[in-house]
Design a protein around this ligand. Structure first.
Ligand code: ACK
Length: 851
């Protein structure tokens, strides 16, 4: 009962975009009816119109439709549909839709099975349905609907139209798929391509470069859309080297032209000194005698080696020669011209030439010079040399067979001074001497007549000493202990002096290394001085029997032992740090309570040693405790103990509520009575008397180093090492070296470091002046040099404003040039006591003529 009814072929007009597929129909309950359209043209239709009968299920099947590889097909239907309302009496069963169904069964499967196996694609309704009237008027109300089907995985499919009781005439069914047509774009060919199955899918297609072209950077690609359009081109093809693109096709380069790079558009004329003798050249070859480096750009001319340098001249300086020349006449067409120097020594008696040895130095170098000059040093004196200068460029190595061009220069060196001594070594070192030795210079250039040794104390290079030696060793004497010196040595021949060696720094030994030789260290120097002994013991002051003398911590081999001899170790748990009160030279100064078991709590000052200290710094820091711990006096700052077993290392002293005297006075300008001020001075003098009795010379007595407690009691503090002066901002370098607080220091201590208790008395006089002027700066803004000069010329500080004359007299006495004429501290204490007992003695103030 299957028979072919009609072959439906409809040509679709949009070229290249879609392909129709052949469809046959098989009728079940539908009828094939030949009709004419509005224009009386014959048409074939399939119709069904059983609107009056119940339970309709009428099928129109197609043949097995091959997909031809398409994954998505489109079905276009043209049909007319009867308006049920226009049917008399059939409205109850009449439908106005029909179904379109598809199945993917194989061709061989039983067709009878088909109807149950179809899957509905869609229910189709008409946009316009026709009535009796339309038929009469011959109006064809044709509907067009398009549905798509996919993804299709099999080779083909069946289509069917299912009528459930409508009045339909199917005028045409067109089944087609879309494809991206074969395309040639930018020299790339893309094949005819079937789109993907998904609605918005793009199928990437790699194109093929055609017509002597090659892919530029990457193969050309295009994307085929489901609508059959080529989209998103990537990459492209360009003509291969030796060809150029003219009107969309690749044409061969003409003779004399070349094209080497895919990037360049057209064939170019061969650059100078190169030729292309055949068509389609990808490069040009150099003319004879010309060359090209692989690294040279293809459009660069062929080049050749340069000619010789010109105008070469030499300038001899002892055993050095400075050679200079001009650039060659012909650089060969290149910018990379460099120069080489060949050095040959002319052997005596016509024995020819010999290459210069490795000792000859070329500055900046011998070969590959970019400048047109070179310095040749360390030649032999009185010798003939022949220099060849050669210019080379990038292609010189390629031009091996071609003769090189040189310019030559003959030079004779002069007599030369010796080269510098390279190393100076330190031998035996004493506190005031250093033994030096050195080796003869590498190039003496003659007989060495003598050596000169120049030295000076480090950082004092404004003045230096020169001594001479015939030997390569020498002991330098008369140096300061514990001091760094800079040494330089130079040699002399009949040609003169060579240059000095570089600087060598060596240090003399400290004093204390000589304790065996009965020398005393550092601070106790005062006691070495017989005059000083006299001053202490023959000038009225009687030492009380049993008063201890100060022991220099340096007499202890182990500095830690000295600390623990004189200072108590405090467990850090007894201390609470509450505040930072200032900055000391080794770290912060803090305050807080000290609670020693079984003792009442007291406030203490805590000096800390900042982290990262050296062993030497730790020793220097604790040095002060080793000294302070030996003193026990109401006017000397009292040491409570040290913390050395935990970190940070600390020095614990009594707390002085009013801080340092100079700031305290400035803060309270004019606030005290003369008796209060004299009371403070008496305290300081008493503390100093105690120190001088102990044989301790302070060296840095100044109001800034006096601390004041809440009862206005002044106490002497700051017992650092002498080199602590290094850290006193007032200390300045003297001409003899060492740092000294000039304004507070006696002239003999400045001039020749004669520090004694008598020089402390001078400083005390300055402290008196500071106290009576409420912290004024001694000598105001005068420079240190001017102060030294003025004092030397007998100028003395004038009496401070409202200063009792008696006190000013005492100050002036302290500033006696002759130190033995200065009062002793016990005399000062005695006199101040007298003033306090008899305040009327202070009534008379300094008259203005003193100012
Ligand atoms: O002038 P000042 O307040 O007093 O600031 C400095 C600072 O620490 C750095 O040295 C203060 N200072 C030092 N020792 C003590 C102490 N024992 N009692 C109170 N303040 C002290 C000093």
């Amino acid at each position: 009962v299957f028979y072919t009814l009609y072959i439906l072929v409809i040509l679709y007009c949009e070229q290249g975009l879609s392909t129709n597929i052949l469809v046959f129909f098989f009728l079940f309950q539908w009828e094939e009816i030949g009709e004419v359209d509005e224009n009386y043209a014959p048409i074939h239709t399939y119709q069904v119109c059983r609107v009056m009968e119940q339970n309709q299920n009428n099928w129109l099947h197609t043949n097995w439709i091959l997909t031809e590889g398409a994954q998505r097909v489109f079905i276009e239907l043209k049909f007319t549909l009867r308006d049920c309302n226009s049917l008399p009496g059939g409205v109850g069963t009449c439908k106005e839709t029909f179904n379109i169904d598809g199945t993917g069964m194989t061709e061989e499967e039983d067709r009878a099975m088909k109807e149950s196996r179809y899957i509905k694609i869609d229910t189709i309704a008409a946009d316009e349905s026709f009535t009796e009237l339309d038929l009469g008027d011959r109006v064809m109300k044709l509907n067009t609907e398009v549905r798509d089907l996919g993804p299709l995985t099999r080779k083909g499919f069946y289509l069917a139209f299912q009528d459930l009781g409508a009045c339909i005439a199917l005028v045409s069914v067109r089944v087609f798929y879309k494809r991206c047509p074969f395309l040639v774009k930018s020299l790339a060919e893309f094949p005819d391509t079937i789109p993907g199955s998904e609605a918005s899918q793009l199928v990437e297609v790699v194109g093929r470069c055609v017509n002597n072209s090659l892919p530029l950077y990457e193969p050309p690609r295009m994307h085929c859309s489901t609508e059959g359009e080529w989209l998103v081109p990537i990459g492209k093809c360009v003509c291969q080297p030796g060809f150029e693109e003219i009107n969309g096709s690749c044409q061969v380069c003409k003779v004399g032209f070349y094209r080497s790079l895919l990037e360049s558009l057209a064939c170019s004329k061969c650059p100078p000194h190169s030729v292309a003798r055949q068509m389609g050249a990808t490069a040009c070859s150099c003319e004879d005698g010309y060359f090209k480096l692989d690294s040279d750009p293809s459009n660069m001319a062929c080049t050749r080696p340069p000619s010789a340098p010109r105008n070469a001249i030499s300038n001899v300086n002892e055993t050095s020669v400075f050679l200079e020349w001009s650039i060659p006449m012909d650089t060969g067409g290149r910018k990379d011209v460099r120069y080489n120097v060949i050095c040959r020594q002319v052997l005596p008696d016509g024995r020819g030439l010999e290459e210069c040895g490795p000792n000859v130095r070329f500055l900046p170098r011998r070969t590959g010079l970019s400048n047109t000059s070179v310095m040749v040093a360390d030649l032999q004196s009185h010798t003939n040399y022949s220099f060849l200068l050669e210019a080379v460029n990038g292609v010189s190595d390629l031009a091996k067979g071609h003769a090189k061009q040189y310019v030559s220069l003959n030079v004779t060196t002069n007599q030369a001074a010796p080269s510098p001594v390279s190393v100076v070594r330190k031998g035996h070192t004493g506190k005031s001497s250093i033994a030096l030795s050195w080796a003869e210079p590498d190039r003496p250039n003659g007989i060495i007549l003598e050596y000169e040794i120049k030295y000076f104390e480090k950082e004092q290079d404004s003045s230096y000493t020169i001594i001479k030696s015939k030997d390569t060793e020498m002991v330098v004497e008369g140096l300061k202990p514990s001091s760094a010196y800079i040494f330089q040595v130079r040699a002399r021949t009949s040609a003169g002096y060579g240059a000095f060696s570089r600087r060598f720094e060596f240090q003399t030994s400290p004093y204390c290394e000589y304790t065996k030789e009965k020398e005393r260290c550092g601070y106790s120097k005062a006691k070495q001085d017989p005059e000083e002994e006299k001053m202490h013991f023959h000038n009225g002051h009687i030492k009380f029997p049993g008063v201890r003398t100060y022991i220099d911590p340096l007499t202890y081999e182990d500095p830690n032992q000295a600390v623990h001899e004189f200072a108590q170790e405090i467990d850090v748990s007894y201390i609470s740090i509450e505040r930072i009160i200032g900055a000391g030279e080794f770290g912060e100064v803090c305050s807080g309570p000290l609670r020693l078991p079984g003792k009442r709590e007291i406030q203490v000052a805590i000096k800390t040693l900042k982290a990262g200290y050296t062993e030497q710094q730790r020793r220097d820091f604790l040095w002060e405790a080793s000294i302070m711990g030996q003193f026990n006096h109401p006017n000397i700052i009292r040491l409570e103990g040290v913390v050395t077993k935990s970190k940070p290392v600390m020095i614990i002293t009594e707390y002085m509520e009013n801080g340092s005297l100079d700031t305290f006075l400035k803060k309270n300008d004019g606030q005290f009575t003369v008796i209060q001020l004299v009371g403070m001075l008496r305290g300081i003098a008493s503390g100093m008397r105690y120190l001088s009795d102990m044989g301790y010379v302070h060296r840095d007595l100044a109001a800034r180093n006096i601390l004041v407690n809440s009862n206005l009691v002044c106490k002497v503090s700051d017992f650092g090492l002498s080199r602590v002066l290094e850290d006193d901002p007032e200390a300045a370098y003297t001409t003899r070296g060492g740092k000294i607080p000039i304004r507070w220091t006696a002239p003999e201590a400045i001039a020749y470091r004669k520090f004694t208790s008598a020089s402390d008395v001078w400083s005390y006089g300055i402290v008196m002046w500071e106290v009576m002027s409420y912290g004024e700066r001694p000598y105001w803004e005068m420079s240190n040099q001017d102060v030294i000069k003025a004092v030397e010329e007998s100028y003395r500080l004038p009496g401070p404003m409202d200063c009792p004359e008696a006190l000013y007299h005492l100050m002036m006495d302290c500033w006696q040039r002759e130190r033995s004429n200065r009062p002793k501290f016990d005399e000062i204490v005695c006199l101040l006591d007298k003033f306090i007992r008899n305040p009327s003695s202070l009534k008379k103030l300094v008259n203005s003529s003193h100012r």
